[in-house]
Design a protein around this ligand. Structure first.
Ligand SMILES: [Zn+2]
Length: 220
C-alpha cells in the first residue's frame, strides 16, 4: 500500500486524465474509463481511503479490504462511486509495486531498517504539493457520510478513521505529523522513531526520491 496522501494524489491524477479523455476521441484509454460526470468525486475519494481502515480495527483483516474487485483494472461499471474509489485504491497498490519493481526500487534497500514503511511516508511528504485543495478534503473527511459495506465496520470506527486522515493531510507532513499518524496505524508503534530515522536517510538518497516521484507520474 501507499499511504493516504499518495492515494488521494493518484485519484486526482485519475480525475485529470478523465477530463482529458473527454476531449480526446481517439484515445484507446477512453474505453476503459467511465464518464467523468458519473463519478461522485468526493465519494470516490472516500472509497479510495477506505481500505486502510484496517489499520485501526484489528477485526478487519487485510484480505477483507484488499482482496476484492478482481481483476484489478479501471473498469468501474456496476460500482458505486465509493466502490469505484475502493477498487481504485487496490489497483494503485498493485501498479505502485509494478512501477517500483520496474525501477529496481528494492535494490536500494541496503541496511535501511524500515525501508518499506519509510518509503511510503516519504512519498506522501515529497508529492504533497501536487494537490492544493487539501482543505476541502479535510472538511469532508471531518464529516463523512457513513457508507455501509459488506465488512462490519461500525460508524464510530468509520468516523474516527476519516478524522485521523483529515488531521494527517492538513499540511505537508513533517516529522511531528508523521509521528502522530504513524503511531496510530503501525502494528508496532514503538518503531516510530526508527522509521522516522529511515525516512530521513531515504530522503537524502536522490535515486530513491526520484523513483518515488515517478510512481504518481506513471500510475495512470
Ligand atoms: Zn492498500
Amino acid at each position: 500500500m501507499a499511504t493516504q496522501i499518495s492515494h488521494i494524489i493518484y485519484a486526482k491524477k485519475y480525475f485529470d486524465s478523465l477530463e482529458l479523455a473527454n476531449f480526446d476521441d481517439l484515445g484507446v484509454k477512453k474505453k476503459k474509463i467511465i464518464p467523468v460526470e458519473k463519478i461522485n468525486k468526493d465519494e470516490f475519494i472516500l472509497g479510495c481511503i477506505f481500505p486502510d481502515i484496517r489499520h485501526i480495527d484489528e477485526n478487519i483483516k487485510r484480505k477483507d479490504t484488499h482482496l476484492k474487485f478482481a481483476p484489478l483494472n479501471l473498469n468501474f461499471s456496476g460500482l458505486t462511486s465509493f466502490e469505484a474509489g475502493w477498487k481504485f485504491h487496490l489497483y494503485c497498490d498493485m501498479r505502485r509495486e509494478e512501477i517500483l519493481n520496474k525501477y529496481n526500487f528494492y535494490s536500494f534497500k541496503n541496511d535501511t531498517k524500515f525501508y518499506i514503511q519509510a518509503a511510503k511516508l516519504l512519498e506522501d511528504e515529497i508529492i504533497y504539493d501536487e494537490y492544493n485543495n487539501w482543505e476541502k478534503i479535510r472538511n469532508y473527511f471531518n464529516n463523512p457520510p457513513f457508507i455501509e459495506t459488506d465488512i462490519n465496520v461500525d460508524s464510530e470506527t468509520f468516523k474516527l478513521w476519516y478524522a485521523m486522515v483529515a488531521r494527517y493531510i492538513e499540511k505537508k507532513p513533517d516529522h511531528k505529523a508523521i509521528r502522530i499518524f504513524a503511531i496510530k496505524i503501525l502494528k508496532n508503534p514503538e518503531n516510530v522513531d526508527e522509521i522516522i530515522k529511515s525516512i530521513e536517510e531515504l530522503h537524502k538518497n536522490e535515486k530513491v526520491v526520484e523513483i518515488l516521484k515517478k510512481v504518481k507520474d506513471e500510475i495512470i
